[in-house]
Design a protein around this ligand. Structure first.
Ligand SMILES: [Zn+2]
Ligand SMILES: [Zn+2]
Length: 202
């Protein structure tokens, strides 16, 4: 079973990246992923609170933000825009696709691993850039792009069991375009595969 947080991430994705609590409850009811109990809305609310920096219950894993500020019940998904991978696009050829993507994205949101792999990458290369096309957000966007890069988990989730920890060596640094292209095909392309088809290098 998914954790409540994973459930919330999934629901917010479905709802377009942000939603009010009552919409989230409704969507959850529709999804039927869990038996309905009288306390499910409290569980959802708690998961959203824990994942929001603005909340007193914040547990350090930043997944959500409060769109209109505290106590407005409007929640957004952190990094939603930069991680625009459309869940509705999953096709029938890969029935496991939705679950795989959900797990994949949750691994890519594991902030501790991501922060460590970014740090390591910076130590080795001196700056952050896309490992596939070389795009450097700082170079192009200046201060706005400083420190920005997306992380992609290069090991197929199908080959991992649920309890396996994410190894920082399995994380690659990618720009938003390359990340979307990796996920465009099923099964997902590897770093090497995408590198070999790319035509323009930054
Ligand atoms: Zn790239
Ligand atoms: Zn990815």
């Amino acid at each position: 079973m998914n954790t409540w947080k994973e459930e919330c991430v999934f629901l917010l994705k479905k709802l377009g990246g942000h939603a009010y609590l009552n919409e989230i409850y409704k969507e959850f009811e529709k999804s039927g992923t869990r038996p309905q109990t009288p306390s499910f809305d409290a569980s959802i609310r708690a998961a959203l609170e824990k994942g929001s920096r603005e909340s007193a219950c914040f547990d350090g894993e930043e997944l959500f933000y409060m769109v209109d500020g505290k106590s407005k019940g409007h929640y957004g998904l952190v990094n939603y825009v930069s991680n625009q991978i459309d869940l509705t696009q999953e096709d029938d050829e890969f029935p496991e696709g939705k679950l795989m993507l959900k797990k994949h994205l949750s691994r890519e949101r594991n902030q501790m691993v991501i922060t460590k792999s970014k740090q390591k990458f910076k130590e080795i290369h001196g700056h952050l850039f896309c490992e596939i096309c070389g795009f450097d957000f700082f170079k192009v966007y200046g201060e706005l792009g400083n420190g920005f890069i997306e992380a992609h988990h290069n090991k197929p989730i199908s080959e991992m069991n649920d309890n396996e920890k994410t190894n920082i060596n399995d994380i690659i640094m990618v720009c938003s375009n390359c990340h979307s292209m990796i996920h465009r095909k099923r099964p997902w392309l590897s770093k090497e595969q995408l590198k070999s088809i790319i035509k323009i290098k930054h």
